[in-house]
Design a protein around this ligand. Structure first.
Ligand SMILES: [Zn+2]
Length: 299
């Protein structure tokens, strides 16, 4: 009987071993999915819910997603109400003692930007500060080690390597930004995803839609922002890949109607990465692409 019980307990603690023995991990956004690939590599089984170009503020879970979430060994999500329509599901999962990790839990709330537009009262777009992303890398590594101690060494090694790459990323983007005169460091985009970027790297940032895409931009917002663009001689404004382009085109039209010109400086990746398998399909590639696009368009 004891042997039997032990056997059962053994089975239970290895419930993830049902198919291939790998820890089954589910992530919400493509940005978190990339981080899990960097740290977990092939040692874990990773499923990302949101692909390239998907807006996390508006994303609703399908029945298939709910199954994936409840069957995972551990679920990583951003938190701070970034995934606004999934909050209820995560609360339900926590009540059932499912393993969920809000990656932003590790960040000191005093360092976050306040925002009344989110239930969390904070701006959730924290990944645009590389320093925060390093803290999160460490946190996610620790969580994976807890869940899958057999691979702890591998996770630690991958994490160490990745943190070095993030250090190099910071050095590189700061050097690129240095080439842009200070008075030209103004980023106007579709929605307010770049406030942490602005604070960390010295840009003034204005989003046409508030901080979440769940609130529509009004005519007044377009008028005010177009006047700001003219007053500050802003050369280019930016589309975001996860937000419809029509809003930024309306803003451009408003500037034109006042007898001025502003170009569309390119598409930035804000809340979602580029296509899988491309350079912009990784956090580091996305970050470099954004900075190069911004700096080249504003010069
Ligand atoms: Zn956003």
């Amino acid at each position: 009987m004891i042997v039997l019980l032990l056997g059962l307990v053994g089975c239970k603690s290895n419930s993830n071993s049902k198919d291939n023995g790998k820890l089954k991990v589910v992530a919400t956004t493509s940005i978190i999915t990339d981080l899990l690939h960097q740290i977990g590599g092939d040692a874990i089984e990773i499923q990302g819910l949101m692909g390239s170009g998907v807006d996390p503020h508006l994303y609703k879970a399908s029945e298939g997603d709910v199954n994936k979430l409840f069957n995972a060994d551990v679920v990583f999500y951003s938190g701070l109400h970034l995934e606004g329509k999934l909050v209820d599901i995560f609360e339900r999962m926590e009540k059932q003692h499912k393993n969920t990790v809000a990656i932003t839990d590790v960040l000191d709330r005093k360092e976050l930007l306040a925002s009344e537009q989110f239930g969390s009262n904070y701006d959730p777009h924290i990944w645009f500060n590389v320093g925060f992303w390093k803290q999160i890398t460490q946190y996610v590594t620790d969580k994976l080690k807890e869940r899958d101690p057999e691979n702890a060494e591998l996770f630690a090694e991958n994490s160490k390597q990745y943190l070095k790459e993030l250090d190099a990323l910071e050095v590189e983007i700061k050097a690129v930004i240095e080439t842009l005169p200070k008075e030209k460091r103004i980023v106007v985009t579709a929605h307010d995803a770049f406030n942490y970027f602005g604070t960390a790297y010295g840009f003034q940032v204005l989003g046409l839609q508030g901080i979440s895409t769940a609130t529509e931009a009004g005519v007044q917002d377009v008028q005010q922002l177009s006047q700001f663009i003219i007053d500050n001689k802003v050369k280019s404004i930016f589309i975001e890949t996860s937000v419809p382009r029509r809003n930024i085109e309306a803003l451009q039209a408003a500037v034109t109607s006042k007898g001025h010109n502003v170009s569309i400086g390119g598409d930035l990746y804000s809340d979602a990465l580029g296509t899988n398998g491309t350079v912009e399909g990784t956090y580091i590639g996305m970050f470099k692409y954004n900075v190069n696009t911004i700096v080249n368009a504003l010069k």
